[in-house]
Design a protein around this ligand. Structure first.
Ligand SMILES: C[S@@+](CC[C@H](N)C(=O)[O-])C[C@H]1O[C@@H](n2cnc3c(N)ncnc32)[C@H](O)[C@@H]1O
Length: 252
């Protein structure tokens, strides 16, 4: 990371060995993968890059569907240890490092940024990430960007700032706030796992982009939006959608 770039939170601390167990226990990987596969029209011969691949669950899902040229990059070491210990690790390329700084020497038919893996940096750096995506797409390539929709922020604005959950001896408390006029989502998640004797707090901050702002950002990066969705079930994107999903292609 150069001095000009700022991460909004300590990503290594948040995306740690326990991240998936405590912070993302409810992910429906079958549905997530199926959505990505269909929304991007992925074929078996496509080359696919996932930015922020985490433990590689989505790439494994695509591998199950016959896609063989799969690459994932992540800057958190702990989640990549899990990816490399999981099924298909021999046939999926996992890269450790920041997407922005990795020297890619090929282009990809499909690039994926899924489940809020974008918006962790200052605005200028977030914009440069999209510009780099545009340079890495093949001429007919497509990019899927999945970020929180406006309905997500509306929930916090409406006062849903604390969520508590008890699951298998794990007590989790999420406290979310919106900062700086609502453009930053800032969440503290405190986990108490009585069985394992673990008590820790995760901090997560993300830049929330409104629809018009995101369209402009993608266009400025050289990406044209060809389709939008508001859910992983292909619902249309509206002002109350919890997800905002953009399918974009390079500007010829
Ligand atoms: C919320 S997790 C989602 C992981 C995965 N996409 C999934 O759905 O399971 C976001 C991941 O993106 C990674 N990440 C975010 N920005 C990144 C960047 N610029 N370069 C590399 N990894 C990044 C984080 O380290 C984290 O593992």
């Amino acid at each position: 990371m150069t001095d000009l770039e700022k991460k909004l939170f300590d990503t290594d601390a948040t995306f740690d060995v326990d991240y998936y167990e405590y912070m993302a226990p409810h992910r429906d990987t079958a549905q997530d993968t199926s959505f990505i596969f269909d929304a991007l029209d992925i074929t078996a011969i496509d080359t696919v890059l996932e930015i922020g691949t985490g433990n590689g669950r989505l790439l494994r899902g695509l591998r199950e569907r016959g896609v063989t040229n799969l690459t994932g990059i992540d800057f958190s070491h702990d989640v990549l240890v899990q990816a490399r210990a999981a099924q298909y690790a021999d046939s999926i390329t996992y890269l450790e490092g920041d997407f922005l700084h990795h020297p890619f020497d090929v282009q990809y038919d499909k690039i994926v940024s899924f489940f809020s893996s974008f918006g962790y940096m200052d605005d200028a750096t977030n914009a440069r990430i999209l510009e780099k995506v545009a340079t890495l797409l093949t001429p007919s390539g497509r990019f899927l960007l999945d970020i929180p929709g406006e309905g997500y922020a509306n929930n916090v604005r409406a006062g849903t700032t604390r969520i508590e959950e008890d699951r298998d001896g794990v007590h989790t408390v999420w406290d979310a706030t919106l900062r700086e006029g609502g453009i930053y989502y800032d969440s503290m998640c405190t986990v108490t796992d009585s069985k394992k004797g673990i008590h820790k707090t995760y901090h997560f901050v993300m830049r929330l982009y409104q629809h018009a702002e995101m369209i402009e950002l993608l266009e400025r990066a050289g990406l044209t939006v060809v389709q939008t969705y508001g859910s992983y079930a292909f619902h249309p994107l509206t002002a109350t959608s919890k997800r905002a999903i953009y399918i974009a292609q390079g500007t010829a």
